[in-house]
Write a protein that binds this ligand. Sequence first.
Ligand SMILES: [Zn+2]
Length: 333
Amino acid sequence: MDLTHRPRRLRQDRIRGLVSETSLTPADLIAPVFIDATATTRQPIESMPGHERVPIEESVARVEEVLETGVEAVMLFGIPESKDATGTRAWADDGVIQEATRRITAETDAYVITDVCLCEYTEHGHCGTLEPELRDGECETPDPSLTVDNDATLTSLRRTAVSHAAVGADMVAPSSMTDGMVGAIRDGLDDEGFHDVPIMSYAAKYESAFYGPFRDAADGAPAFGNRRHYQMDPANSREALREVRLDADAGADVLMVKPALPYLDIVRDIRQEFDHPVAAYNVSGEYAMLHAAAEKGWLDLEEVALESLLSIKRAGADLILTYFAEDVAGRLR
Ligand SMILES: [Zn+2]
């Protein structure tokens, strides 16, 4: 046969690396870390094998484990010692994230990113202060479309982000999908002199069922209703570009899509439309389903984890938040 085109010529072992279009390194990955102010020992998270909620005293040791794998950045999530209606422990100077961040930044070289949201800190589990009707207990069985008071929440988010920067957070990552959150936080940071602290906005965050295991981990499931009126409808992609544009205009430094695998088209759209670094959050459900299938012997965990992350990179993400960070980084080295 006289074939001119034989793509397999470039798939031979000694050339495939040279023509590889996408690479993945430990420096692309961010490892989520859960700090639990109510814990005295490390608590395994059942639906996320290999992950734990660690007490504040263990936060430095936990981050050192991440650094040993070659991953240089962590995203901190906090479980506070107590919750209330507005989530005041989110910005308390002696709050769980504030205490952990002080220790981690003093004792390690990790790049510390903090999640800025209120759902772990409010007793109702929503990502902000409730609408006045709900606050006053007027609604016995609340209308699920009526939850967070957008503008009242901005003040809390701003205070929380500033409190994280004040204890040394390198970057803040607002995740509540509150309209105007990036502008409010940028304003707050700049007013307090934290001009150099970047904002990674969860700019296109969908109302996704793939967050299930995380809610075990962070104890942040809403007590009533759902998050449909502040998180995005999975059916929408043009809306994602609009959301992202609003955050970019308000000064977001990094634009995030969450979840990752079911939304790779959105990652690609944002990559093509914007020059900012794009982050994707390979969420707990994406992690748990591969683990569950591997446990049954149906998939090779290492291979599918690596392939998943590579696909997120190929779609256009520069950084990936993933529960596979440590395992995959260890292998990449
Ligand atoms: Zn939240």
